[in-house]
Ligand binder design. Structure first.
Ligand code: ADP
Ligand code: MG
Length: 501
């Protein structure tokens, strides 16, 4: 009996000790897991840092590249494309015009009834098609014909649903502006060849072709009677739309699926090699700033691997740090490393975390916006997107911190691009006695909906410009790129000068 008690006691003590050791091991493993995760976070934060000195270096590099890109064709990673828009809208535009707006995520068809100086935009109707969900297979690997047939089919449907309140004088052809948000080398206001695809598009047989020619062929295939009056980049459209509303608009920036900017260059800034003298002393330049690159950019290992795995490695480096297509994917890559090396989500890496682009920037923004005490939205997103059923508050907090780091870097770098333009135009400092205002029109869903991004961008402009910031206005341009294209179609109409009959 005594032996049994002693034996049992020994067994129990050994069991308790075993449990204690296991608990200690678990605790140690757990604490080393957090330590490792924090190490990864800290290292990432350091590599993403954008102190003001670095931002100034990047702004200077942007200005230098702008000069180089203008000075000679191929002289810079910035293409600085001549848009052939040298007469921005004045407000006098009249009549019914259409626009097609092909972005990286959305495709919009619209009609705008313009009523001149007095009546302005009388009526405006938009139909939006998300081509990434509706036509995933068109974006990559299909054919130029398939893409343009898709565009024109939407236009034909839209035209067929026209109400009586839109007025096209009898006998007149419908005229449209085509907003095409990819790099195009323009030959005139209504023709230009596609230089390359960006933002996840890859339709090889379209590269090098005249975009308007392809559109017209598709128009003929469906038997529509339409004239393409203007081919514009979305930045140029946004600038035109912005100028229509506000004469102080001097530049436009897109922050959506991708990022880009256009600005108004003075005639003496346009080099002779273009063989072109702007009529008005101004010319809109499409910078294609998404392709900007500088050794001063804070690029991390996650950005490098994202770039290597992308459809356009080595290109659009600035865009890959900033724009909506990529922010969520950068976050996924950091989380993957935390799952793999620090067991952030337990002993195995959640399989969904391995899927590129599964974490979209709108979901990231929703997590970042979460101000509930238990970060419920973050927990729900982890469950819905990565199938992580039980996330702790500690985990969720790490994710919000990563959102902060990624978004602040992107927003601060976007502000620096704007600073580069202001410097190029000599509008970054206050001049004695001068009261010039510079308005930058910004369009794109990233800027519109990602509040932290937007606030940080605006704050950084103030930080960079100091006193001069009072003369700079960052203005949201709603749907500016489409309306701008319709306005440019109006100012390049074949019926210009003819009375509406
Ligand atoms: P496009 O680039 O096709 O012209 P948008 O300007 O609408 O279209 O931008 C779409 C992109 O903006 C999406 O791909 C996404 O990355 C980003 N985006 C959309 N909604 C949000 C949101 N709520 N928060 C953050 N980013 C968003
Ligand atoms: Mg767009």
């Amino acid at each position: 009996m005594g032996k049994l008690v002693v034996g049992t006691t020994i067994v129990c003590t050994a069991a308790i000790c075993g449990v204690a050791i296991l608990l200690m091991k678990h605790h140690k493993k757990n604490s080393s897991k957090w330590e490792k995760a924090m190490d990864i976070l800290k290292e990432f934060e350091e590599k993403c840092a954008t102190p003001i000195g670095k931002l100034r270096q990047v702004a200077d590099a942007m200005t230098v590249e702008m000069h180089a890109g203008l000075a000679s064709q191929g002289g810079s990673k910035l293409k600085m494309l001549i848009s052939y828009v040298d007469n921005l809208p004045t407000g006098d535009e009249q009549g019914l015009f259409y626009a097609l707006d092909l972005g990286g995520t959305n495709f919009r068809v619209m009609r705008v009834q313009l009523g001149g100086k007095e009546k302005r935009i009388v009526k405006h109707e938009v139909k939006e098609v998300s081509h990434t969900t509706h036509t995933k297979n068109i974006m990559a690997g299909s054919s130029s014909d398939a893409l343009f047939d898709f565009i024109v089919t939407a236009l034909a449907k839209f035209v067929a649903t026209e109400g009586d309140d839109f007025h096209l004088p009898p006998g007149r052809q419908r005229e449209l502006g085509f907003t095409f948000s990819f790099p195009v080398k323009q030959m005139s206001i209504a023709s230009g060849t596609l230089i390359k695809w960006t933002k996840g598009f890859s339709i090889e047989d379209a590269v090098g072709k005249d975009v308007v020619g392809e559109l017209i062929k598709a128009v003929e295939r469906v038997g529509l009677d339409v004239r393409v009056a203007a081919l514009v980049n979305d930045t140029v459209g946004t600038l035109a739309g912005g100028r229509y509303n506000n004469p102080d608009v001097i530049a436009a920036v897109i922050l959506g699926t991708g990022t880009n900017a256009a600005y108004v260059e003075r005639a003496h800034g346009i080099p002779k090699w273009h063989g072109l003298l702007p009529k008005s002393g101004e010319m809109v330049i499409n910078m294609e700033w998404g392709n900007f690159c500088s050794s001063h950019l804070p690029v991390t290992e996650y950005d490098q691997s994202l770039d290597v795995d992308s459809l356009n490695p080595g290109e659009q480096i600035y865009e890959k740090l900033i724009s909506g297509m990529y922010l969520g994917e950068i976050l996924r890559r950091v989380l993957y490393r935390m799952a793999d090396e620090a067991s952030l989500f337990g002993d195995y890496v959640p399989p969904k975390l391995k899927t590129p682009f599964i974490l979209r920037t709108p979901d990231m923004a929703a997590m970042h916006h979460d101000n509930s005490a238990d970060l419920k939205v973050v927990g729900d997103k982890l469950k819905d997107i990565f199938e992580v059923p039980n996330s702790t508050l500690k985990m969720r907090k790490i994710i919000v911190e990563l959102c902060d780091i990624i978004t602040f870097r992107g927003a601060r770098l976007s502000a620096v691009g704007i600073m580069g333009i202001l410097k190029k135009l000599g509008r970054d400092t206050l001049k004695d006695g001068e009261k010039q205002r510079s308005v930058v029109a910004v369009d794109g869903a990233l800027f519109e909906h990602y509040i932290e991004f937007r606030n940080c961008l605006e704050g950084t402009i103030k930080e960079l410009l100091g006193e001069a910031a009072d003369s700079i206005v960052i203005e949201q341009a709603n749907d500016g790129s489409g309306v701008g294209a319709a306005l440019l179609a109006a100012s390049h109409s074949q019926y210009l000068g003819l009375e509406e009959s």
